[in-house]
Design a protein around this ligand. Structure first.
Ligand SMILES: [Zn+2]
Ligand SMILES: [Zn+2]
Length: 813
């Protein structure tokens, strides 16, 4: 019997699969489109910013197991792969290496693809794409233009997040705790003219259509819900005293308006200048606004609440009283209307502000039944309480008071009910080289003019000085920038910003369905066939980035008639992180381990099995070399046990219901349920190990050969190379397309015995129980018998006497 030689086996089967095109799935023909026997399995595509480390490998193992499992259930399975090779991650990797991204991106793609092939992943490589290729980004630009035509892509000046290290603006979603989520630098505020996608127009759709996402982790939905931040409230108008200006504010607590004792404008609010011009406060307010402009949003939210007076007043529309207008940087121009009413009794920030400046604090909501209030400290008041000090509304329950007050303001033209959102539009332009050029030109007479579709792609110009320097490196390609206006033919200039990498990844999963289409991004028939994705797999860190953006894109495309569905990902799974030496494995932390040396030493199958065996896939796990060695021993044991059966005459299918036969069927049942229904991918490995142990103990059992075949068949999605080889040695072929084994229900039934139940020595009941039921559960079942219960009623349970597999005597008094 020859030895298990993973290197030879793995090379052999990878060649066979490639030659047989085992995992390439053709698109359905026109007559097959209606038959929906498809499965689309997808993991988020990698950034080619270096080679894969074990953390990535674990992630892609999930899709590999699922796609094998589904394929062997007879489904048409598509599992493609691509590379998110445009944008910051790939460009920063290139800068670090000192190589131009146009050279490093293709090289990294080749390296990753080689790793994936060595891991034996079942991928349809006919569909591969890379987002930096002109044949791909041509359609990214084409989609941008469709958004632009609809007013869903627009340009405006706004305060934006600036990463001083990456030298570019960032979307709000890319700022985490005031820092750039790529490089960790503290983000600064700048006022710049930028391109935005109007994702806010889809805020309600993004919320309401979450009902289609019943197979998403609740945690991800909650993160999106909070990020969108829909809140019901009112817009209330405050008139400036002695002037014509009327300033709207948004509040979720219109019930507290009688307690508004001051008013705050964001330092950037356009009225500030007008209010203070020529007054004694002008200099102080100006210098305050200048300092605020240099602070990031996060910094402003975190710092102590301070401000300066303007000398002006607005009229509180409820009380008719003038209240002072302040300027304070805890109010942000980007949220609400850039102005707030200060209600210090019922808002913690307003409370801190009022305490600091001695502004009156008027309580207008109080606990019912006149309970006393603690003095001084801020107390949050809930809407279950009643209004006080609120004129005609005093005494009303707060929710009712809220409605009545809004009605009352509305009658007088001073407000109306409305809905506010936390979500801002998606800032998509980047002052960086390595991205899809934004396909518009600027013409002195025509303004912003889209590049006509037949002139796409707008190719990224060759620029050698591509390093970020605060303005787009594309601007240095003067020949490229100078162009002609498509409308009037006069000289015009190209847009020199590029698109955010998340634009590229917002539609790539559609292109896989029709990757070679040269006349459209994809055929609607094909995307309607394959989508929604049946199983999408990726990290929770994309909850409010890619997963939100892709949903938005698909909704817009649905409204444009490009796709026939509203949601791209029917089922989402977010995997845990891989740790090494106690820290999350990552290249930047220096603790990333490459799969390559482990594959060389132990084989890809061992790495594959170990990464799933290591723990539940939705939880974090720690890589340990000793754990991998345990798996290597298991694969050798499997090899020897199966080879021993392969050497024997093929036995007749056995009728003998031996424990080994029952164990085999129980294992089929468990593995099938774990992968197919529970998405528990670690426990099947342990189940197959148990089966192999039983096989090793009973090599001459009549069911030994069946047990060997079962073990090989079930471990196949995890260790496809060795499984394929053993399958062949057992006299079969092409395990990758062999039907998944089915458990015989008759053999799944547990063996039972008849339990005699006595009460004080008299037989009262007989129960049919499994032979392997633990003793405490046997007693529990006996006590649960209705006849025993009837006798127990009124009596006291003294003790129980158990004769195993025979009898339980219940002693009562
Ligand atoms: Zn950065
Ligand atoms: Zn023009």
């Amino acid at each position: 019997m020859d030895r298990y030689d993973p290197q030879a086996i793995e090379r052999k089967w990878q060649d066979v699969w490639a030659r047989e095109r085992a995992f390439n799935v053709p698109n359905p023909g026109p007559d097959q489109l209606a038959r929906r026997e498809k499965t689309y399995v997808l993991e988020m595509l990698p950034y080619p910013s270096g080679e894969l480390h074990m953390g990535h490998v674990r992630n892609y193992m999930l899709g590999d197991v699922v796609s094998h499992f589904r394929r062997r259930h007879g489904e048409r399975v598509m599992r493609p792969m691509g590379f998110d090779s445009f944008g910051l991650p790939a460009e920063n990797a290139a800068i670090k290496e000192g190589v131009h991204p146009r050279d490093s991106a293709p090289r990294n793609i080749v390296a990753i693809r080689t790793q994936m092939q060595r891991l034996g992943w079942a991928i349809d490589w006919d569909r591969v794409l890379a987002t930096h290729q002109p044949e791909y980004y041509r359609w990214t630009q084409w989609l941008f233009l469709r958004f632009f035509e609809r007013g869903l892509a627009y340009r405006r000046e706004a305060p934006v997040n600036w990463c001083p290290n990456d030298q570019t603006v960032l979307a709000n979603e890319q700022v985490v705790d005031g820092r750039c989520d790529r490089c960790g630098a503290e983000v600064e505020a700048r006022n710049l003219e930028q391109w935005f996608f109007r994702i806010t127009a889809y805020a309600d759709a993004l919320l309401d259509e979450m009902q289609l996402l019943e197979h998403w982790p609740e945690r991800v939905l909650t993160m999106q819900r909070n990020w969108i931040g829909r809140s019901e409230g009112a817009e209330i108008i405050f008139a400036v005293e002695g002037g014509a200006a009327r300033i709207p504010v948004f509040t979720t607590r219109p019930d507290t308006i009688f307690g508004a004792t001051f008013f705050v404008l964001a330092p950037e609010h356009p009225l500030v200048e007008e209010l203070v011009r020529g007054t004694e406060h002008e200099a102080e307010v100006r210098s305050y606004a200048r300092r605020a402009a240099g602070r990031s949003t996060a910094e402003r939210e975190a710092k102590e609440k301070d401000g300066v007076v303007t000398g002006g007043h607005v009229i509180n529309p409820a009380t008719g009283e003038p209240i002072p207008i302040w300027v304070a940087d805890y109010v942000l121009m980007e949220y609400g209307t850039g102005a707030i009413m200060g209600v210090p009794a019922h808002d913690e920030r307003d409370h801190a502000f009022a305490e600091r400046y001695g502004i009156p604090i008027v309580q207008v909501v109080a606990p019912a039944e006149g309970q006393a209030e603690p003095d001084g400290a801020f107390v949050a008041h809930t809407e279950t309480e009643v209004l006080v000090n609120s004129g005609p509304f005093s005494g009303l329950a707060a929710p009712e008071g809220k409605l009545k007050i809004v009605e009352w303001l509305e009658e007088r033209g001073l407000g109306h009910a409305t809905i506010g959102y936390r979500l801002r539009d998606w800032l998509l332009s980047r002052q960086r080289y390595w991205g899809a050029p934004i396909p518009v030109v600027y013409c002195d007479s025509c303004g912003i003019v889209p590049v006509p579709d037949d002139q796409l792609p707008v190719l990224l110009p060759e620029v050698d000085e591509y390093l970020p320097k605060g303005r787009s490196p594309l601007a240095t390609a003067e020949d490229w920038v100078q162009t002609e206006c498509p409308r009037c033919r006069e000289p015009a200039r190209r847009e020199t910003d590029t698109m955010d990498t998340f634009v590229d990844s917002s539609w790539y999963f559609l292109r896989y369905c029709d990757p070679h289409n040269e006349s459209a991004p994809f055929s609607r028939e094909l995307v309607d066939y394959w989508l929604p994705i049946d199983q999408y797999i990726g990290g929770i860190e994309h909850a409010i980035l890619h997963l939100l953006y892709a949903r938005f894109f698909v909704k817009v495309m649905n409204d444009l008639g490009l796709v026939g569905f509203r949601e791209p990902f029917a089922r989402l799974f977010t995997q845990g992180m891989l740790y090494y030496h106690g820290a999350k494995m990552s290249k930047s932390k220096g603790n990333a381990i490459s799969p390559d040396k482990y594959i060389e030493r132990y084989g890809a199958d061992a790495v594959r099995v170990y990464l799933l065996f290591i723990g539940p896939v939705d939880q974090d796990a720690e890589w340990q070399d000793s754990g991998l060695e345990g798996i290597v021993r298991f694969l050798h044991r499997l090899w020897r046990a199966v080879m021993e059966q392969a050497g024997k005459e093929e036995g007749q299918p056995t009728e003998a219901s031996t424990p080994l036969l029952r164990k085999s069927h129980a294992t089929i049942d468990k593995v099938t349920d774990d992968i197919g229904r529970r998405f528990a991918l670690n426990t099947p490995v342990a189940a197959v190990m148990e089966l192999v142990n039983e096989l090793v103990k009973n090599p001459d059992d009549p069911a030994a050969r069946f047990a060997a075949e079962t073990a090989v068949s079930l471990i196949h999605p995890y260790a496809p190379h060795v499984a394929e080889e053993l399958w062949e040695r057992l006299g079969h072929s092409r395990l990758w397309e062999a039907p998944w084994p089915q458990a015989d229900p008759a053999l799944l039934r547990r063996q039972t015995f008849e339990l005699v139940v006595q009460v004080n020595g008299k037989v009262r009941d007989r129960l049919e129980l499994p032979v392997d039921l633990p003793e405490d559960e046997v007693v529990e079942q006996a006590l649960a018998s209705p006849r025993v219960q009837a006798l127990l009623d009124g009596g006291e349970l003294r003790r129980t006497v158990v004769v195993p597999q025979k009898l339980v005597n219940v002693v009562i008094s």
